[in-house]
Design a protein around this ligand. Structure first.
Ligand code: AMP
Ligand code: MG
Length: 396
């Protein structure tokens, strides 16, 4: 059996980063940019009217003198009508300002008689109601930085620059294979021997917290062939496979055997830790496969300790719980040469061990804000000793 540290090193050494992906802009919501994006053009690309009104050349116009309206420019018009002194064009929001004009007066500030307008606004200044080319962003300047997480307005911003595809950081496709004939879904009344499934729900939620959306969950019967078949299938379209349950030594624990049959190379099986001793880790080519224990508290303990590390390796993005140190609020005894991870309540200076540490119980885990790591080499940790805590609700 290997130590916690050895297990972590093996995970780091075996899992390589996935490649960045090019995606269509419209399907990039929530994704993280892998590249800096520079504006490929000025925005707006041309001097643009920001009002419905009249455009003319301010030079050579005297306040109080009428202007004759000679043409019309609407949004989308490609013409550039010449506008001489004493003339104006009818213009609408978003329309290109004619080259010979340098101002737009909004229609509310104009009196019209026949083909002429008289401006009733006190002062008119140059470039009024004109959006200058490049006033939003100029060609060649940084629009969004690598590492930016795409939001709906960011998608709009890139779309407005004519950008169609972007390069994003990889997000693994994860398949969760849930073993256990005793498991049923919510809404079904429990028969004797049955329990409600919780591991896949927790894992899906935890993966979603990391921004992973491509998650498949499959329930498989406690039969070797079903395990092998589901695993082989998962290996065709996943970047990470997680088994839940079936990795211990019981007669219905087929995960290790199924991995062998599917050609997964075992990297380790069993760690000197509690909970989560049976944890399995194997590689199929570049695809990591984990056999998480079935007991729900062990699943989550292994998730925070090892699966987040695997995902960090795959994505090159930090996603591990933040580590802090605190003084233990009470004595703790354990066998030497075994790491214990305890559900705890971190209160800045101190950390309390919660009641109910057994691996089948989630009630204490639900209330915990950290996992306390009780060092391998010690068999007694005294009240007031410094301990390492993993803050499970805070990712770095
Ligand atoms: P196993 O490792 O398959 O022997 O499972 C260990 C314990 O965890 C058993 O009590 C199972 O009923 C329970 N268990 C396994 N899978 C799940 C699950 N997905 N949700 C809730 N409990 C589970
Ligand atoms: Mg089972």
């Amino acid at each position: 059996m290997i130590s916690v540290q050895e297990a972590k090193t093996l995970i780091k050494n075996h899992i390589s980063p996935l490649k960045n992906k090019k995606v269509k802009l419209e399907s990039s919501l929530g994704a993280v940019l892998a590249e800096d994006i520079y504006a490929p053009l000025d925005l707006p690309p041309f001097p643009q009217s920001s009002m419905d009104g009249y455009a003319f050349d301010l030079n050579g116009w005297k306040h109080g003198s009428p202007l004759r309206v000679t043409s019309v420019v609407a949004a989308g018009n490609t013409e550039d009508p010449p506008v001489k002194a004493g003339e104006a064009v009818r213009i609408f929001t978003g329309a290109p300002l004619p080259t010979s004009c340098n101002v737009v007066v909004k229609q509310e500030n104009v009196n019209m008689f026949d083909d002429n307008i008289l401006i009733n606004q006190e002062e008119v200044s140059i470039n009024e109601n004109v959006r200058a080319p490049g006033s939003e962003i100029t060609k060649g300047t940084l629009g969004l930085e690598a590492g930016f997480q795409m939001t709906p307005p960011a998608i709009g911003f890139l779309a407005s620059m004519g950008i169609d595809t972007i390069e994003i950081l990889p997000s693994p496709r994860v398949t969760i294979l849930v073993t256990g004939d005793e498991l049923v879904g919510p809404g079904t009344s429990l028969k004797r021997g049955q329990i409600y499934e919780s591991n896949a729900k927790m894992l899906t939620a935890a993966l979603s917290q990391l921004g992973i959306t491509a998650i498949k969950v499959k329930h498989i019967h406690d039969q070797l062939e079903a395990h092998t078949k589901a695993l082989k299938e998962a290996l065709t379209d996943s970047d990470l496979v997680l088994f839940s349950g079936g990795i211990s030594v019981g007669d219905y624990d087929f995960v290790a055997k199924a991995n062998e049959e599917a050609g997964v190379k075992t990297i380790f099986h069993k760690i000197k830790q509690k909970p989560g001793k049976p944890l399995f880790f194997g590689m199929h080519g570049e695809i990591p496969v984990f056999g998480l224990p079935g007991n729900p508290a062990s699943v989550m303990s292994c998730y925070y300790n090892y699966i987040t590390l695997a995902i960090q390796q795959l994505t090159s993005r930090p996603c591990r719980p933040v580590v802090a140190f605190a003084r233990l609020a009470g004595d703790y005894k354990k066998p030497e040469d075994m790491t214990h991870f305890l559900k705890g309540k971190f209160l800045q200076e101190t950390v309390e061990i919660l009641d109910g540490q057994e691996s089948y119980r989630l009630n204490s885990f639900a209330l915990a804000n950290c996992l306390i790591e009780m060092e391998t080499s010690k068999d007694f940790i005294a009240k007031g000793d410094w301990v390492k805590v993993h803050l499970i609700n805070k990712n770095i």
